[in-house]
Design a protein around this ligand. Structure first.
Ligand code: GLU
Length: 495
């Protein structure tokens, strides 16, 4: 017997599309969950439908309110605004209990009284016979007397939903096309609640509550990570048991690390928080996540979420896993940073300068901070990198790199530095034009190449031989009265 097949491409319900993101608050918002959120959001917006947020907090031991907060904050930061919710599963236990009772009453579910050790022994025996571990449905047909005896012993039960081994369950996946499973591969009658007693239904479990909620919220398309694909046949059987139409399912490719394995905590940076702290902008990260598994029809790579929503469709979502590409993410982020107005960039850099313990007065030094942001902005790919790049403009003294020491040891260096100091004596207020003139004058007077003058000046002022625009750097240091002392220190270094 075949399961219900969804006809067409699954998008015949334009205007009434209802999708949901259903994170479990057992950790901070993960990039995989956020990317699933992006695809759901794009799909909802593309079809003028609704994006619903549901917090799956039925795992009482592992769920934490601070993780819920982190998930809500992260989604808001990314611009993934939701239309309904957040709906908390923990508020809906009565509904789940009622629905479990309904299955018990219909004879589609039953109480299984097996103890942990009986189940463990069953698995051992299966292993010894080289069989896949499964529940062998041994309590499916207990007599009332057997049930009463177990309860008299004080055993609690697991409520199991009957799965017919002979069934084939198939659906047309939005990403993977036709997917089919055998009932016999689903591990036997499935647990839908645990720790039940004769008077209580116990704790409802994941696959069951998801279906109850998706029906209750009239979800039309379930879009989630490929790691859930094995849950889908079980869930389809539950839809059938409740006599409701199944939604469409789309299983999105997993995000993989460089080694081609599923990106996990061990890969270091995986939560949206981590990316935010490194200085990726929300727009760049959302843009990059959109490209993790989807390619736009016109191969445009930079776009906002709204723009992507106009083009989004599952026909361009890949089946294969999406490799996380740091270079691409950095490139996208740099494009956003480079096109950002300098006042906004300054605003975004201030927390990173603070974190790096740079000393400044955010109000009084504002024009100077903006000049600094304008100077380093074109070389930035992440905001956090600004700390290292800006350090030289905040600290009193710099330590010269080996290349800078070598530059300052050149025979012409002392003369250059002395001449620049003399210029500062004669014209104590440095302007952009004045700085350019001074470099030109020294070049001419000392009969040197301009590059040689600039290299010595840069080495003395910044302790490095490479860096952003020299005249601008000098002006910034001058405004903080750091140029003279550095020129003098470089001369002293030469002895
Ligand atoms: N709570 C599940 C998770 O965080 C999602 C379930 C679903 O989308 O069906 O992975």
């Amino acid at each position: 017997m075949f399961g219900q097949l969804n006809p067409g491409n699954g998008i015949e319900t334009a205007g009434s599309v209802r999708v949901r993101l259903a994170p479990s608050p057992t950790g901070n918002l993960h990039i995989g969950t956020a990317r699933t959120g992006v695809f759901n959001w794009l799909f909802a917006r593309h079809h003028g439908g609704k994006f619903i947020l549901r917090i799956e907090d039925t795992d009482l031991e592992r769920s934490r309110p601070e993780y819920t907060q982190n998930i809500l904050d992260g989604l808001r930061w990314l611009g993934l605004n939701w239309d309904e919710g957040p709906i908390f599963q923990s508020d809906r236990l009565d509904l789940y209990r009622q629905k479990i009772q309904e299955l018990l009453d219909k004879g589609l579910a039953y109480r299984c009284y097996c103890t942990e050790s009986e189940l463990a022994q069953m698995r051992e025996e299966q292993k010894a016979k080289k069989q896949a571990p499964r529940y062998d449905n041994r309590h499916r047909n207990l007599t009332p007397a057997q049930r009463a005896a177990f309860e008299a012993e004080g055993r609690t039960s697991v409520i199991r939903f009957i799965i017919d081994d002979e069934r084939e369950i198939a659906w047309n996946d939005l990403v993977r096309d036709r997917v089919s499973w055998k009932g016999s591969d689903l591990g036997g009658d499935m647990a839908i609640a645990r720790a039940a007693t004769s008077s209580d239904i116990g704790q409802p479990l994941y696959n069951f509550v998801v279906v109850v909620d998706d029906i209750d919220m009239a979800i039309t398309h379930v879009i989630r990570g490929e790691d859930h694909i094995g849950n889908t046949p079980k869930q389809i059987l539950l839809y059938e048991a409740f006599g409701t139409k199944t939604p469409h399912f789309g299983h999105t490719p997993l995000i993989l690390n460089q080694a081609g394995q599923k990106l996990s905590k061990r890969d270091g940076v995986t939560s949206i928080d981590d990316f935010q702290q490194l200085g990726y902008t929300a727009e760049a990260l959302a843009n990059y996540m959109t490209l993790l598994g989807w390619s736009p029809p016109d191969s445009q790579e930079l776009f906002g979420l709204e723009e992507a929503a106009a083009k989004f469709g599952f026909e361009r979502v890949n089946k294969a896993g999406a490799k996380f590409d740091w270079d691409k993410l950095n490139w996208i982020n740099s494009q956003y940073l480079h096109s950002m107005p300098v006042d906004k960039l300054t605003e975004m850099l201030i927390p990173y300068w603070r974190e790096a313990e740079c000393e400044f007065d955010a109000a009084g030094d504002r024009p100077w901070l903006e000049q600094l942001a304008a100077l380093i902005g074109p070389s930035l790919s992440r905001l956090k990198d600004a700390a290292g790049m800006s350090r030289v403009f905040f600290v009193k003294e710099v330590e010269c790199s080996a290349e800078a020491v070598a530059q300052l040891a050149q025979p012409e260096a002392s003369g250059v530095l002395e001449a620049i100091l003399a210029h500062l004596d004669s014209e104590p207020v440095l302007t952009q034009a004045g700085a350019g003139e001074a470099i030109k004058k020294v070049t001419k007077e000392k009969n040197l190449k301009k590059g040689a003058v600039m290299r010595s000046l840069r080495a003395a002022l910044t302790g490095e031989v490479h860096g952003p625009d020299l005249v601008q750097s000098w002006l910034l240091l001058h405004q903080r009265s750091l140029d003279r002392s550095r020129l003098q220190a470089a001369l002293a270094l030469k002895g």
